[in-house]
Design a protein around this ligand. Structure first.
Ligand code: NAP
Length: 315
């Protein structure tokens, strides 16, 4: 057996063979995974929780690099090793579903799981992304989703979790705008099938004739991950004075957010969503209340560390 893993190391599935380390382990699985700041977030929260309850002092959160074809094997090994909780990121959130012993209602409606909890029979799936987004909007702009007119950009996994959360939170209108319109149409059809009211959702861009204005625009596309990416929508074309939330947090200021600031619109990046989904995941695994401020501080520390590692040497 090798030394107890440092929370900041990246493990492979080979490292999980014959796992015999003392402690309570949590992990995030992804491909790639070295950009993930989740260990810093969770360890910071756990350090505060351990002061109240020593049971948390041996909890360790690690990153495991898992290729798509390794997912089933990784879950078997993590289960055998007794990993109590797992987060999933790209590309595993949907592909994991056939390997679960069950799913909660939220994760079923979202068609994806980002949080797994070990049970006697195997891993059970939850999804904390929608909760994370709702809390992030509240924290960033000071209002809840209920009654809002929302323009959602994107029709991938993150957009679906966001759309389900919006429908459940009682938004007044939801426009889904995506580069590939057929995917937005398919997403709306899936949402209606899973019980979301059809009167709520429209595909495309809102115009002034059908609404007095949009209250919130959410970028749930991957456009903005590269500094040279354009904005997914010209915000000047959106009716009203919407608050603008970008799920992307690295880079911290995408062109979308820059344009929002230029138009004098309230704007925030996706770090708060990441933090709040992490809080909910740790609540699910621990059954305890999780300090949000420690999780947020851990996120900032992790991001600084990751950014310093990716800067060219000498900078
Ligand atoms: P995904 O399933 O791969 O979906 C990608 C979306 O981006 C699709 O709607 C796609 O449109 C669109 N897109 C990609 N390239 C584009 C381009 N060049 N022009 C216009 N649209 C483009 O990814 P995902 O898992 O939903 O993630 C989406 C974003 O949310 C990512 O940036 C991810 O980092 C972020 N995210 C953040 C959090 C958080 O906690 N902050 C959590 C989850 C996700 P098409 O359908 O036309 O391909």
């Amino acid at each position: 057996m090798s030394a107890i893993p440092d929370p900041t190391t990246v493990l492979s599935i080979d490292d999980l063979k014959g796992w015999g380390h003392p402690g309570t382990f949590l992990a995030v699985l992804g491909w790639p995974i070295s950009h993930s700041i989740s260990p810093w977030m969770h360890q910071a929260a756990l350090a505060v929780m351990a002061r109240e309850n020593p049971m948390f002092s041996d909890w360790v959160y690690v990153r495991v690099e898992v290729r798509p074809e390794e997912l089933a094997c990784a879950l078997d090994r993590l289960g055998e090793a007794g990993f109590r909780g797992i987060n999933l990121t790209v590309p595993h959130k949907v592909e994991v579903l056939p390997f679960l012993v069950g799913q909660d209602e939220e994760s079923r409606a979202m068609g994806a799981a980002n949080t797994l909890r070990l049970t006697e029979n195997g891993y059970y799936g939850h999804n904390s992304d929608g909760y994370g987004l709702a809390r992030a909007v509240e924290e960033s702009f000071g209002f809840g989703l209920k009654g809002l007119r929302v323009l959602l950009l994107g029709a991938g996994g993150a957009a679906r979790a966001a759309a389900v959360q919006m429908a459940r939170s009682g938004v007044e209108g939801l426009w889904i705008h995506n580069r590939t319109q057929s995917k937005a149409e398919a997403l709306v059809a899936q949402l209606i099938d899973s019980g979301c009211p059809s009167s709520l959702m429209k595909v495309g861009m809102p115009d002034l004739k059908e609404t007095d204005g949009v209250d919130l625009v959410i970028n749930a596309t991957s456009l903005g991950l590269r500094p040279e990416d354009p904005t997914p929508v010209g915000l000047a074309l959106v009716p009203g004075k919407p608050a603008c939330y970008d799920m992307i947090y690295n880079p911290a200021r995408t062109r979308f957010l820059g344009e929002a600031a230029g138009l004098g619109l309230p704007a925030a990046n996706g770090l708060s969503m990441l933090v709040h989904q992490g809080v909910r995941s740790l609540e699910i695994w621990s059954g305890a209340s999780v300090p949000e401020s420690a999780m947020a501080e851990g996120a900032r520390t992790g991001l600084e560390k990751i950014l310093s590692e990716t800067l060219p040497s000498g900078q």
